[in-house]
Design a protein around this ligand. Sequence first.
Ligand code: GCO
Length: 453
Amino acid sequence: MTFSKDFIWGAATASYQIEGAAFEDGKGLSVWDRFSHTPGKVFMGHTGDVACDHYHLMEQDLDMIKSLGIKNYRFSISWPRILPEGVGKRNEKGIDFYNKLIDGLLNRGIRPMMTLFHWDYPLELHKRGSWENSDSPHWFLEFASLCAKQFGDRVKDFIPLNEPACFIGMGHASGEHAPGLKLPLPASIAMGHHALKSNGLALAMLRQSVPGVHLGYAPNANPVMPFTNTPEDIQAARKAYFRVSDNPASWYWSASWWSDPVMLGHYPQDGLKLYERYLPKGWEKDMPLIHQKLDYYGQNIYHGQYVKAADNSLGYEVVPHPRGIGQTASGWPITPECLYWGPRFLYERYKTPILITENGLANQDTPSLDGKVYDPGRENYVNRHLLALKKAQADGTEIAGYLYWSLMDNFEWAQGYAHRFGMVYVDYESLQRIPKESAWWYKRVMETNGENL
Ligand code: GCO
């Protein structure tokens, strides 16, 4: 068995990471605009003010996407670009920008896959309490409805939320990301619930108002993988993957907390035991709304951790990575089997085709004297991860597709421009784009539907 005929091959980006034009054409501010301008928050004081300047270079980028053979392109909407204050008055120039992007994609035969929210939360709504405010799901619904109305005639793939674990946890609990808050548990857990409710409201609305829509989700949680293929180790890994952490400082790193409510209609039992008391009053009545049918269940997967069965209270123990394991330029271990076990365990639990909404690596890329950018490390990484995904499919896991993160080098959040995740190299001074050698290799993979792997 191989990848399905209608396998979704493509690449992904996010608005704040590539667009630039942060203060132009009526765009409102996001929490990232403020955070990146706060001294000490982002590597070397980098900001997304210009980023890849995709806002101005969009036509050229569209031609590039086409030339790279990318048929499915996942991008996100900057909420304050189209609703400068988050709700209320809309910004026509922002809406025009996305209309041109969508039309440009469709004219070139590329399917637009729209993430509604990839972290650039409107600063005005942040001031009103952001996700903690019980009105916030309705603010999100207003934004999502505007997107459905303006773009839903042409866009048929919507992913309302990207990685709630990160924008709630890293944004509002650990404070490493915008808006940089370190809130106590009751606040951050309530925020998480409101984010899930926002997701539910948006999904239900999109299902109703966009004919022929496909709906997804893009959470993240590093897969846990069995050290050996014994049933005991496999069960230990499954258990560890879906366990909710009892460490209050890292409660949000959990596959099940963010996905069981959406996919199964309830919070995981172990999580409720620990954190139910922090959920907002009346949370139970939101569960039917939070529980929505998805057409594909997305996951952003970059690396995983091995465990083996153990005779302790958890039933498993972490197996350290082998000495000298390959690492990406961001220090992440290279563990290709994460694209086997992650999808397999998620499919078993949620019974919905798996879309890899992000996978990729940061690499030390720099143009050579001949002007080309050689990145065999990226080819090796993607090749190995795709083989693992192919094996998962062969073993019965339904895989909807694979989107490489990222189309081009971009603003890597708190790491600024230090990490290059792109298939296309970006010179941030001249804004020149150079497809890396891996991009041409990936083009062949997509053309042959992975047959050449
Ligand atoms: C994500 C992030 C991306 C990152 C990528 C690499 O969805 O994880 O949203 O924006 O750039 O994951 O860290």
